[in-house]
Design a binder for this molecule. Structure first.
Ligand code: NAD
Length: 488
């Protein structure tokens, strides 16, 4: 069998110990792999490379395309960038996949049958990190969600479910509030679900979804969600399963894939030969599946389960009831190696379809829309004594640029003018919505000239207002593409 060359990084803290243990098991299992080591992480940060990853390491990653990575210590402060975020973005690793399973009774969990997978969008949402302080009081973080990105991750989740024989895919969003961004994700989910009639599809609002995950994780199978929610719920699920130290995960794109443990570099126990290597080992088994070497993945995972079942435990999972022998990192690896070829007898054994292939989702082509500019939101900082919306409205009311006038003033997303102002405590951040007099704010009527947007902004500046930003208002195929204020 030809060998797959992979890139390996030993990482920081417990990284070298758990990587050594993992590689010894891969080698003993005769996994057809060749290893190319790169140096990344703390040592590289301290050489002054703020990304933590030197050029030659990128070369190796680009050549080999498959990366097994031990955890890295991100030094605090000093402008160091998160290596994980850099790698994800540079290699377009759009999906983070984290299977989580309970191993009761050997590892305590209230949910013995829990066995689920969180598929998290990895490149978009609030993680673009585009933040601006706009007024003395208000700071903004942009949440960017693309239809391509959403379609890709959702399709990945359904393909994953199909490939691994899972029965249900659950989407989690907050589309009751974010009707445009999360709403688009939910709609795309509903559309794609129709292409997979054999898989049950459902949706939870993220808050109740997260609560359900903590209370009844055994009800879920595959979960697909946006970046921030996925970040949070993947940690909740790992914790609830009781297997933070055992979980592996991977970040995957169409060309590259990175496999790792879910835990960090555990500097508190580094160098003591007590860390549990199972998380990285499970990550490595996911890598074997990705490479189409499913027989070796099952061989190793079954030996690991058998070792746990035989009561051979590292300190983090040792317990009075089931531990027969407490071992260190390398001895644990040797015990797994001794059990290669054996299956667990009480925990269900692992079986994979031998036809498992890497899941490749083509970049979706989103049809161009008929887009029309129909107005503009002009945001201003205004903190005049009393912050009276009626007064502010009267200062702007007479602006008229080719029939485009003030339609509504809002503060914290609530309409405060015209009409009776809502009893809210006003911030210094105001939105002044301008639309053509002939337009209703909910229907595609009058298109405006883009120069008028600049003229409105100039009119506001001429009146002495501190314009902090503008946001164009469009319709797409006749449907408005912006949210309305509460009460608008
Ligand atoms: P951590 O996951 O490293 O440790 C949390 C706790 O779990 C510690 O008590 C640790 O001893 C224990 N633990 C973790 N892995 C273990 C294992 N395999 N066996 C036994 N016990 C284990 O989280 P942290 O302390 O918040 O972070 C430490 C460092 O790791 C930080 O610099 C952080 O930035 C980094 N980190 C890296 C990654 C990564 O590279 N993917 C992920 C998370 C955190």
């Amino acid at each position: 069998m030809s060998k797959h060359k992979i890139t390996v990084a030993y990482g920081d803290g417990i990284g070298p110990e758990i990587m050594e243990a993992t590689l010894s098991i891969l080698k003993a299992a005769e996994a057809p792999l060749e290893y190319e080591e790169i140096k990344i992480g703390k040592e590289v940060y301290l050489q002054g490379i703020s990304s933590g990853i030197p050029d030659e390491a990128w070369e190796s990653l680009k050549r080999n395309k498959v990366f097994l990575k031990a955890p890295i210590t991100t030094p605090q402060g000093g402008g160091y960038k998160s290596l994980n975020v850099t790698i994800r973005k540079k290699l377009s690793l759009y999906a983070n996949v984290r299977p989580v399973q309970a191993y009761v009774p050997y590892i305590a969990s209230h949910f013995p049958t829990m066995n689920l997978v969180v598929v998290r969008e990895n490149e978009e949402d609030l993680y673009a990190g585009i933040e601006h302080q706009q007024t003395s009081e208000v700071i903004q973080c942009l949440k960017l969600v693309s239809k391509q990105g959403s379609e890709k991750i959702i399709r990945y989740a359904f393909e994953y479910a199909r490939q691994y024989g899972r029965k249900k895919v659950t989407a989690m969003t907050k589309d009751n509030i974010m009707k445009r961004t999360d709403g688009a994700f939910h709609k795309i989910f509903n559309d794609i679900a129709l292409e997979y009639p054999e898989i049950v599809a459902d949706h939870y609002i993220i808050d109740i979804g997260a609560a359900m995950l903590a209370a009844r994780p055994d009800k879920f199978d595959v979960i697909v969600t946006l970046n921030l929610y996925g970040d949070i719920i993947s940690d909740i699920t790992a914790q609830v399963a009781g297997s933070v130290g055992l979980g592996g995960s991977f970040n995957i794109g169409n060309d590259f894939a990175m496999f790792e443990a879910i835990h960090g570099s555990a500097p508190d126990i580094a160098g003591k030969d007590i860390a549990n290597p199972s998380g990285l080992l499970n990550g490595a088994c996911m890598m074997l599946l990705h490479l189409g070497i499913s027989d070796k993945a099952a061989l190793i995972q079954n030996a690991l389960l058998r070792t746990l079942e035989d009561g051979i435990h590292t300190g983090d999972i040792a317990n009075d009831e089931f531990t027969v022998k407490r071992v260190g990192t390398q001895e644990f690896a040797q015990e797994i190696i001794k059990r290669l070829g054996q299956n667990p007898t009480k925990i269900p054994d692992v079986k994979y379809n031998e036809h498992i292939k890497p899941i490749r989702i083509q970049d979706p082509v989103i049809p161009r829309s008929d887009k029309k500019l129909i107005g503009v939101d002009v945001f201003i900082e205004w903190a005049e004594e009393g912050r009276n919306p009626e007064k502010l409205g009267k200062m702007i009311d007479d602006i008229n640029v080719d029939g485009i006038t003030l339609r509504v003033l809002s503060n914290k997303g609530v309409k405060v003018y015209p009409g009776i102002a809502e009893p809210i405590k006003y911030s210094d951040h105001w939105r002044c919505r301008f639309l053509h007099n002939d337009s209703s704010s909910t229907k595609d009527t009058t298109e405006i000239d883009p120069h008028d947007v600049a003229r409105i902004m100039m009119a506001m500046i001429d009146r002495g207002f501190d314009v902090i930003k503008t946001e164009n208002l469009y319709t797409f195929d006749g449907e408005i593409g912006f949210s309305l204020s509460q009460g608008e």
